[in-house]
Design a protein around this ligand. Structure first.
Ligand SMILES: Nc1nc2c(ncn2[C@@H]2O[C@H](COP(=O)(O)OP(=O)(O)O)[C@@H](O)[C@H]2O)c(=O)[nH]1
Ligand SMILES: [Mg+2]
Length: 359
């Protein structure tokens, strides 16, 4: 097998040389950034990158006839994974690859972050603050990996709005249409009343959809939870009064387009009319990043206390959660993971959210 060496000023150029000379099936054995002296070529040109590669057919030939041990095979497999990740990243950002060349071990971690939907700039900044881009970092891969994960963890803040307290907890659930507000209210209602044996009351201020309350009423009546509609501020005050002896009051609200500012203001007037009501913003993890951001900004007028990310089961790109937490910092209270009531919900913890990214 003939191993060939390629040098060029950028990693993209070096890879192109490999493809040109050894064909598109060539196997890259190693990639490294050259030191200042080593990189000086005969013609005085500065080569920054060096790639060792073999033609694709040479690689297949050796596979057939060699008697590799399983250790050797797993090394090859891990190299192949690295190459796959490298090519994936190359197609995205050459500039970044040059930064990563100082510590090629973290390429896989970077690729994982990108695949999970974490924005490139954020992933780069996690690597940077975790020290993974420093030249000659010389850290063990596990240490670098751990430090980068710690950087992601720093961004995640969580809260438990329903922690046991002597005072009554009143929570309103707001967010765009169809995001899962009513379902989430039903899940929480069942968990609080059945599992935690707490007294619960329900208010629905969905005054736009005829029959919007019926679905919730059915759950509430099965659980013996009192349920009130509230279309105006005085309805709301009346309902809150009637439920004043309950441990927890859950308020379901009408879904609305966050671009409909008139309705946003109506809702804001209603839920902020009583300072005891805390708002929680539901956002679907399966929506695209800019939609999520504008929903969070517009619902910001309700001064919400926490995020609830829904539909985490509908996407693999859950890194949008991290992107959102970096854009508008608020703690996360719950994550929902399916349509089943009451099972598909969990209380947010920092590690559970981190694990969601890399599942
Ligand atoms: N896959 C999935 N579907 C969900 C989740 N939460 C709610 N849904 C579904 O999303 C749809 C809209 O939910 P709904 O609670 O009526 O949304 P609302 O308009 O915000 O009240 C329903 O079909 C729910 O079953 C979730 O976590 N995962
Ligand atoms: Mg609803």
């Amino acid at each position: 097998m003939q191993v060939r060496k390629f040098r060029a000023g950028t990693i993209q150029e070096a890879t192109n040389m490999v493809k040109r000379e050894l064909g598109s099936e060539a196997l890259i054995l190693s990639t490294q950034r050259l030191g200042k002296e080593k990189g000086r070529s005969k013609h005085g040109r500065r080569d920054t990158f060096e790639i060792y590669a073999i033609p694709g057919d040479a690689h297949r030939g050796t596979e057939k006839h060699s008697s590799c041990s399983s250790d050797c095979l797993s090394d090859v497999k891990s190299d192949l994974m690295n190459i796959k990740e490298t090519l994936f990243l190359l197609s995205r950002s050459q500039h970044l690859m040059e930064d990563l060349a100082a510590n090629p071990e973290v390429i896989g971690l970077y690729a994982k972050m990108i695949r999970s939907g974490i924005a490139e700039a954020n992933a780069h900044s996690f690597l940077n603050s975790g020290g993974a881009l420093e030249e000659n970092a010389h850290s063990e891969f596990e240490d670098l990996h751990e430090r980068v994960l710690q950087e992601i963890l720093k961004v995640i803040d969580v809260t438990d709005p329903f922690g046991r307290s002597k005072d009554q907890t009143i929570a309103a659930f707001v967010g765009p249409t169809g995001v899962g507000k009513t379902t989430t209210v039903a899940k929480l209602m069942a968990n609080f009343s059945l599992k935690q044996k707490r007294s619960v009351g329900l208010i629905s201020i969905d005054n736009y959809r005829i029959g919007a309350m019926e679905q919730l009423k059915t759950y509430a009546s099965i659980l013996g939870v009192p349920c009130f509609p509230a279309f105006t501020r005085s309805d709301l005050q009346f309902a809150l009064k009637r439920l004043k002896d309950k441990d927890v009051i859950l308020i379901d609200t009408a879904g609305q387009s966050h671009y409909d500012m008139q309705r946003m203001e109506e809702l804001a007037r209603l839920v902020t009319s009583n300072s005891c009501i805390n708002c929680h913003l539901l956002l679907s993890a399966a929506t695209n990043e800019s939609e999520m951001d504008s929903a969070a900004k517009n619902f910001g007028m309700l001064n919400f206390n926490s995020y609830i990310f829904t539909k985490a089961d509908e996407t693999k790109a859950r890194g949008v959660i991290i992107n959102q937490l970096l854009k508008l910092k608020k703690p996360v209270s719950f994550i929902t993971t399916g349509q089943r009531v009451p099972e598909d919900i969990f209380k947010a913890t920092r590690t559970k959210i981190l694990n969601l990214m890399f599942q």
